[in-house]
Design a protein around this ligand. Structure first.
Ligand code: DX5
Ligand code: ZN
Length: 225
């Protein structure tokens, strides 16, 4: 895949929650491809963030696709709200959905792109048979719940295996990685087959979000020494 086809999806989890409108505008002006929303419920993960009203409040201030990552139990209860709020893609966790395929169908029915996320320990096999019905497969590269965690090198073979599985079974599916992504590992992840890079800290802890995004793009386009 061409470096220009790689999507950068900054996570507003690392933005100033008192200035979210400015944050999404800065990301759009700074060259982001998607905006990633980390929704946490304090149950599925030990942290609490925001809900559909945040997505709705920001929708009119940004034209980019809104990529909603639901780290919540029983996501089926809230999927209609996130769709109505303006989500373009909705990703649910395998571990939160005993009837995952039913939830996949529900996301499709509300008109959003369908994503499924895997915690670090969750095998790829858990999505093997429903992969053709997805648009996005999210391989978590940290344990979900918090921004700013260290990338788990253990996940490198999983990213490669996910890319191979997608190629074999459902080549239309985009492979997304999330957690600890920075200019230091972005290139390796893209070489292994990642196509959507979610990044919170590395974008928002840069001098400006634009510089953070540019550093990620540079990392995936520059030639090896
Ligand atoms: C983790 C979230 C991620 C994370 C990204 O629970 O899903 O989106 O916040 O932030 P960094 O890039 O800081 O790991
Ligand atoms: Zn996320």
């Amino acid at each position: 895949m061409q470096a220009s086809e790689i999507r950068i999806a900054p996570s507003i989890l690392s933005a100033d929650f008192g200035a979210m409108r400015e944050a999404v505008r800065a990301l759009q002006d700074g060259g982001a491809d998607w905006i990633h929303f980390d929704v946490m419920d304090g149950h599925f993960v030990p942290n609490l963030t925001f809900g559909a009203p945040m997505v709705a409040a920001l929708r009119s201030h940004c034209d980019l696709p809104f990529d909603v990552h639901l780290m919540i139990e029983q996501p089926e209860r809230l999927i209609p709200d996130f769709a109505a709020a303006g989500a373009n893609s909705i990703t649910v966790h395998v571990e939160a959905c005993p009837h995952l395929h039913r939830v996949v169908q529900q996301i499709r029915e509300v008109g959003c792109r369908v994503g499924v996320a895997l915690n670090p320990h969750t095998p790829l096999d858990s999505v093997r048979y429903i992969l053709p019905e997805l648009d996005l497969l999210l391989v978590m590269t940290v344990n979900p719940g918090f921004g700013g965690q260290a990338f788990l090198d253990l996940m490198l073979p999983k990213v490669a295996e996910a890319a191979a599985l997608i190629q074999r079974v459902a080549p239309h599916v985009l492979l997304q990685v999330d957690g600890g992504i920075s200019p230091d590992n972005a290139r390796q992840l893209v070489e292994l087959g990642a196509q959507v890079l979610v990044a919170g800290s590395s974008v928002f802890h840069a001098p400006t979000p634009q510089e953070g995004i540019r550093a990620l793009r540079l990392a995936i386009t520059s030639h090896k020494a």
